[in-house]
Structures are given as structure tokens and as C-alpha cells.
Write a protein that binds this ligand. Structure first.
Ligand SMILES: O=c1ccn([C@@H]2O[C@H](COP(=O)(O)O)[C@@H](O)[C@H]2O)c(=O)[nH]1
Length: 249
């Protein structure tokens, strides 16, 4: 299983990056986690056919994480999709999702495929679905409004994506993480609903996590300075995400 980082910017946008969203690429179907600005273009760049996408998982309903959804659906309609599309959505925002689809009048296009909404409770960590050797679960993130991080287990490997969150005790207490993709909205300092890169490096046992990738990055923040400072003290490599970065699990 691979994770393709389709966008890596924080909410305020970026000169070079799309807002943060990911693609879980799996032999039995891919899943988009959130939908940033240019899903159709990014999939074309990566030569990933739209029909390989089985569903979308929305971590929360802040606009930068969902605003590409209508475009994705439009592309699927133009592509004459017939297979159902699953949208996993925080249950607190199921009505809002319905409102968004109605506002775009998806029922009038007409879409030739079923949109199956699968609500989940952000306050109740648990399995979302199992697909072949991949188990996808959600856990509670510490953000503004109902937000879930995503845990993906594939074989004996574990990937955790924090979504937007303050430093999370749930993540810190995990016995095994092979890849941690964690938001770092700023380079330094304490934040109430987000984490800084400095926060990642000081709060988590990064020396025990083989790959740490900082995402949800803000232009002009001194991330490189922070990395250089912590490397001097022996912290192993932590990477900054960029759009179209591929991570294998
Ligand atoms: O209740 C809220 C809602 C939003 N904000 C601010 O907006 C951004 C939303 O984007 P995210 O990518 O989800 O972070 C958030 O960072 C806040 O700056 C807020 O403060 N409170």
C-alpha cells in the first residue's frame, strides 16, 4: 500500500502546494483522505484513473479539507462512473454533506453512480472498514469541531495520519507506528488546535518512528531551521511533505 500526498498546505493556502489531502493507494481500490483543490489534476499527474477510487474519507468539515469534493464528483460524472462511491463522513456533519451535495445539485447532473454516505463518530475510535490486508480506523483528533485522525494497518505495518490536531496522547501512546504523517501548521511554538514542527519533535518519541512526515505546512515558516536545530541534537530525519510525495507502507 502507498500513500500519495496530493496536497500539503495549511488552511491559509500556498504558492506551491494544494491544501492537505492524501490518497491511500491499494490494489483493491484507493481512498482519498479529504479533498483539496485540484483532485482531478493531481490524479492525472500521477496517472491514477478516477475509477480506481473506491471512496473518500473526510476527517473534518473545515473548508480547506472538503472544497475539492464537488470537483471530484464532477470528474467522476464526466468519466461516466457507474460504481458506487463511498463517502465516510463525521456523523455530526452528515447533514452538512447533504446540504453541500444539494447546493451543487448533484441529483440534477444526473450522476450515474450511487453516493453511499457512511457516517462515523469522531468521539468513538474504531474500524471504518477492512479491505483485503488493509484495516482503516479512525481516532479522535484535538481540533476545532468533530475531527478524526486515520490509522491504516497493512500486514504488520502501521501508518498514522494525525489530521488537524493539537499534540495527541492517543498517537503518542501507540505501541507501533511505522509512518507518522503529522500536521505542522507552524514551525515553532505551542498551538491550541494545531501542532508545530517543534511540537512534533518534542512531544512524540520520533526516535522510535522510522518515518515522520510533517504536513499541513504554512508558507514562509522556518521549518528548515527547526529541523537543523533538532538534527544537531541527534533527532533522526524528519521530512517535510511536498505535493506528489509517495510513501510506501
Ligand atoms: O472553529 C474554528 C474554525 C476555524 N478556525 C480557523 O480556521 C482554520 C481552519 O482550517 P484547518 O485546516 O482545519 O485548520 C483553523 O486552523 C483555524 O485557524 C478556528 O480557529 N476555529
Amino acid at each position: 500500500m502507498d500513500v500519495l500526498i496530493l496536497g500539503s498546505a495549511s488552511a491559509s493556502g500556498s504558492r506551491e502546494r494544494d491544501n492537505t489531502y492524501l490518497l491511500l493507494q491499494h490494489d483493491e481500490g484507493s481512498w482519498m483522505i479529504d479533498v483539496g483543490g485540484n483532485p482531478l489534476g493531481k490524479l492525472k499527474q500521477a496517472e491514477i484513473p478516477l475509477h480506481s477510487i473506491k471512496g473518500v474519507i473526510l476527517t473534518h468539515f473545515h473548508i480547506d479539507h472538503i472544497f475539492g469534493l464537488p470537483s471530484l464528483l464532477w470528474g467522476m460524472w464526466l468519466g461516466k462512473r457507474k460504481e458506487p462511491l463511498i463517502i465516510c463522513c463525521p456523523q455530526d456533519h452528515q447533514d452538512q454533506l447533504g446540504d453541500i451535495l444539494r447546493a451543487y445539485r448533484t441529483d440534477e447532473w444526473p450522476i450515474g453512480f450511487e453516493i453511499k454516505v457512511q457516517p462515523f463518530d469522531c468521539a468513538e475510535p474504531g474500524t471504518l472498514f477492512v479491505q483485503g490486508d488493509m484495516t482503516v480506523s479512525v481516532f479522535t483528533s484535538l481540533h476545532a469541531g468533530s475531527t478524526s485522525g486515520i490509522r491504516v494497518a497493512c500486514g504488520d505495518k502501521v501508518l498514522v495520519y494525525s489530521a488537524d490536531t493539537a499534540p495527541s496522547e492517543w498517537i503518542r501512546s501507540q505501541p507501533r507506528i511505522d509512518v507518522l504523517i503529522h500536521e505542522a501548521t507552524q514551525a515553532r511554538g505551542d498551538m491550541s488546535i494545531h501542532t508545530s514542527l517543534e511540537g512534533i519533535l518534542t512531544f512524540y518519541p520520533v526516535d522510535r518512528i522510522p518515518q515522520v512526515i510533517a504536513i499541513h505546512l504554512t508558507d514562509d515558516e522556518p521549518y528548515d531551521e527547526v529541523l537543523a536545530q533538532y538534527k544537531k541534537t541527534g533527532t533522526p530525519g524528519v521530512l517535510l511533505a511536498h505535493d506528489m510525495m509517495r510513501v510506501s507502507l
